[in-house]
Design a protein around this ligand. Structure first.
Ligand SMILES: Cc1cc2nc3c(=O)[nH]c(=O)nc-3n(C[C@H](O)[C@H](O)[C@H](O)COP(=O)(O)OP(=O)(O)OC[C@H]3O[C@@H](n4cnc5c(N)ncnc54)[C@H](O)[C@@H]3O)c2cc1C
Length: 421
């Protein structure tokens, strides 16, 4: 069997590694002229870290990331609402990694080149069309700089791992509309900064109506003096937004006003923002779950299949789990079309629920509850606003849907913490 992977992002490169492990030939075609280390922070939750451990790339990832210890929630007055351990610190066998997306892609790319060879990745090739016949599929490519047609490529299978603006998704579902704007715009940046709280804390603070921040470190000791590279995301409800382009520069004046008063004893937020090395802007978008992903010998994976709001830190993780499931299905079904049906039956309903839950009640629903119950005022005692049991229930509800709890649908696949720290 031989597979064309359209898109060499997180999902496409992980799929190449799982296929190589299963001795299935593949080649990755990416539209970018060069594989540059783009993006800012991204999280890999324990279920996806387990998949990376199976591929033997967890140690390389650990060298360039932070092993996240805890989630901590605050209101916009800097008062702590809730804290819970994460990853290994919560008893999972595998850690939560917080990492620069570019570093994660580099780790995957190095492993692909080492195991499959340099020929396994072709850059500057934008997929524009796919035709199918009895013996497989033919993918048509264009040079992404000049627009010139490139030689068509034939394979038994084509997998669209081409992200949010997927061409393969549009070819399979021509009537599918553009990404749906959530009403929340995001500005993201990285700042070199001394460790905050535990030095491995994932902080969520405020609420979307008046301004919410997500802050976590993604690299230790970047200056030899113990400072970290800290990723931050400012999120604000506003009708103003542009089309999502991962590299669109953001303007600090468009959002700093919402955070000007956030001077806490544990962090000066406006300073963190002002000292940023980079600021990017993009809208929070997703798409309604698709009714199907596969036709004949063409399917979808990752953001191409199920773009979701980044509120549960799960976009990359679900792409990684798709990759493992697809490789396993191809090993256990001699017919590629049957394998794709089995892959879709396992992953489509599950990821559709994660998409819906990321709209409805992702982990930051804790912040919404406190915002609404206090009328956006400081509290004297958090237990007068919301009980510990309610906070735990909100957090566990998301884990259940995301596959991080023993009561998850498809619990055999779920990651379960062995003990609580
Ligand atoms: C440049 C970039 C920066 C990002 N930065 C962040 C970030 O900072 N934080 C975060 O949480 N998420 C970020 N993401 C998104 C994140 O990687 C995904 O949400 C998630 O990891 C799922 O991965 P994926 O492989 O499905 O999609 P992606 O990682 O988005 O990969 C899609 C790949 O497909 C390629 N591609 C697109 N169209 C075509 C085509 N027609 N033909 C061939 N190749 C094509 C793209 O060049 C890209 O390499 C970024 C994505 C990109 C592309």
């Amino acid at each position: 069997m031989n597979v064309i992977i359209v898109g060499g992002g997180i999902g496409g490169l992980t799929l190449a590694l799982f296929l190589q492990r299963a001795r299935i030939a593949c080649r990755v075609y990416d539209g970018a002229p060069q594989m540059l280390p783009l993006g800012v922070g991204i999280n890999i939750l324990p279920h996806a870290s387990k998949a990376f451990a199976e591929l033997g790339i967890d140690a390389a990832l650990a060298r360039v990331s932070v092993l996240t210890q805890e989630a901590v929630f605050f209101n916009r007055f800097g008062q702590r609402i809730y804290r819970e351990p994460l990853g290994r610190y919560a008893g999972y066998e595998h850690p939560q990694f917080s990492v620069h997306r570019g570093e994660l892609q580099r780790v995957l790319l190095d492993a692909v080149v080492e195991r499959l060879g340099t020929d396994a990745i072709v850059t500057g090739c934008r997929c524009v069309a796919i035709e199918q016949d009895q013996s497989g599929a033919v993918a048509q490519f264009q040079n992404s700089v000049t627009g010139e047609p490139l030689p068509a490529q034939r394979a038994d299978l084509v997998v669209g791992c081409d992200g949010l603006h997927s061409t393969v998704r549009k070819l399979l579902h021509p009537g599918d509309g553009p990404p749906l704007y959530s009403g929340v715009n995001m500005w993201r940046g990285v700042t070199v900064w001394p460790p905050i709280l535990s030095g491995a804390s994932m902080i969520r603070a405020g609420w979307l109506k008046t301004g919410k921040m997500v802050i976590y470190p993604i690299r230790d000791n970047v200056d030899g003096g113990g400072r970290q590279l800290v990723n931050w995301v400012a999120e604000l409800e506003t009708p103003r937004h542009a089309l999502r382009d991962w590299n669109r520069p953001g303007n600090i004046d468009d959002f700093i006003g919402a955070f000007e008063t956030w001077h806490f004893d544990w962090l000066d937020v406006p300073q963190l923002i002002r000292k940023a090395e980079t600021i990017l802007e993009f809208p929070m978008v997703d798409q309604d779950p698709l009714p199907w992903w596969s036709r004949g010998c063409v399917t979808l994976l990752g953001d191409a299949a199920h773009p979701m709001y980044p509120r549960g830190s799960n976009g990359a993780g679900q792409a990684i789990l798709d990759a493992r499931a697809l490789a396993e299905a191809l090993c256990s079904h001699p017919s590629p079309a049957d394998a794709l049906k089995s892959y879709e039956a396992e992953r489509l309903p599950f990821t559709a629920e994660v998409v819906r839950m990321s709209r409805r009640n992702p982990p930051d629903a804790i912040l919404r509850e406190v915002f609404e119950r206090t009328g956006d005022k400081p509290f004297a005692r958090v237990e007068d606003v919301i009980s510990e049991d309610e906070l735990v229930a909100l957090s566990e509800g998301y884990k259940r849907v995301a596959g991080l709890d023993r009561k998850s649908p498809g619990a055999a696949r779920a990651e379960i913490p062995s003990q609580r720290s």
